[in-house]
Design a protein around this ligand. Structure first.
Ligand code: KG4
Ligand code: ZN
Length: 351
């Protein structure tokens, strides 16, 4: 089936054309990061407005890049949630309009299931059942994917998502936004030495996560090393009292905190992910979502996976972060199974 996928759950406006859930004909992503950077995080109202501006050109570009006429599209998949409600509604509105005009089936896709199924755009050797770990800015969740239509959640974060922790720690250290890639860069090759942050719920035999204690431990260490100030521009946020322009020179102690933080997150993700794969007898562990773009995480997963006979599988970097090809891939399965949605379906901010 030739599917048009649309994704607007957060701060990327994306559209893609995918054939049979496996072949990406086009994959267009317009990021709003520059708009949100100065606020240190995604501003929901701004995000919706930017989606409204971008959605039609992005869809047109995806069709053009795929070299297909809009009339050739056989079905439409759009992210229904979880995400920012105003942002989701922009994508859903556009998708519904097209489905009605073209008289084609439409289905709302769970964004997290989209992340899990991105892997099928690149790999033919991932078989069901498998265990999948979604690590993104909004979610840290483990799934037992028993069959294409049987996705069982087996654990999730009790508080912050891993990516959210990266973003908050980077903000605290004054390193910028979004935090994941920046922390990774500053932590590269840095030995955290004696600085060791807590690894929450590591040995409890369950698959839930918690990152808020880690965030607080980082705040305490930063306070001891540099002092912190309450931010006047962002209620509830602190920032470290360090060099005024960190983009020029990042003090070694900041890099050590970044490395110790990243080590703690990676330890937990690797241990829990591989333990879940062992428990559910999955030869492969699919690791996806924005944080899965982290090279240190990828390296450790591969190393530890080898020791326990489990092969971690990562989508390529581009497919780890938000995109519409993964939504189209998931929609292909739903539509082929006859699971089109009635035209009155709504957005789900939580799912
Ligand atoms: O999946 P995604 O693009 O959007 C959501 O669905 O949330 O994930 C975005 C998250 C952000 O928190 C960002 O800081 C994090 O992924 N991220 C990373 C890296 N690249 C992006 N975290 C750690 N290391 C990275 N290299
Ligand atoms: Zn995502």
């Amino acid at each position: 089936m030739l599917i048009l996928g649309i994704e607007t759950s957060c701060d990327e406006t994306a559209a893609a054309v995918v054939r049979d859930g496996r072949e990406t004909l086009s994959d267009v992503v317009v990021s709003q990061i520059d708009v949100h950077r100065e606020f240190g995080g995604v501003v929901p109202e701004l995000a919706s407005r930017k989606h409204i501006e971008a959605i039609s050109p992005v869809i047109e570009k995806a069709l053009e890049a795929a070299g297909v006429e809009v009339s050739a599209v056989e079905g439409i998949g759009v992210t229904r949630g979880p995400g920012l409600i105003g942002s989701l509604l922009v994508g859903i509105g556009a998708a519904k309009g097209m489905a009605l005009a073209l008289k084609k089936p439409i289905c709302g896709v769970n964004h997290l299931h989209g992340h899990l199924f991105a892997v099928f755009l690149e790999r033919a050797d991932v078989k069901f059942p498998f265990v999948g770990l979604v690590v993104s800015g909004g979610h840290t969740s483990l799934y037992h994917v028993r069959a294409p239509l049987d996705i069982q959640p087996i654990g999730k974060t009790r508080d912050d998502a891993a990516g959210e922790a990266f973003d908050k720690v980077a903000k605290l250290l004054g390193l910028g936004y979004p935090g994941g890639a920046i922390i990774e860069r500053h932590a590269r090759g840095v030995d955290a030495g004696h600085l060791r942050f807590p690894r929450a719920l590591l040995d409890n035999g369950q698959f839930d996560f918690s990152f808020s204690g880690l965030k607080t431990a980082v705040l305490r260490s930063t306070e001891q090393m540099f002092g912190v100030e309450r931010r006047t521009d962002m209620p509830g946020s602190f920032h470290a009292v360090v060099a005024p322009d960190l983009s020029q020179t990042v003090p070694p102690a900041v890099k050590i905190i970044a490395a110790a933080f990243q080590d703690a997150v990676i330890d937990v993700l690797v241990a829990k992910g591989l333990a879940a794969a062992r428990e559910y007898r999955s030869e492969k562990l699919v690791v996806c979502g924005g944080v899965a773009a982290n090279s240190a995480l990828r390296d450790r997963m591969v190393h530890e996976g080898r020791l326990s006979g489990i092969e971690p599988v990562f989508p390529s970097m581009r497919l780890c972060t938000d995109n519409a090809a993964m939504i189209a891939a998931r929609a292909d399965i739903l539509l082929a199974a006859g699971l089109a949605d009635a035209p009155d379906f709504g957005a789900k901010s939580r799912w």
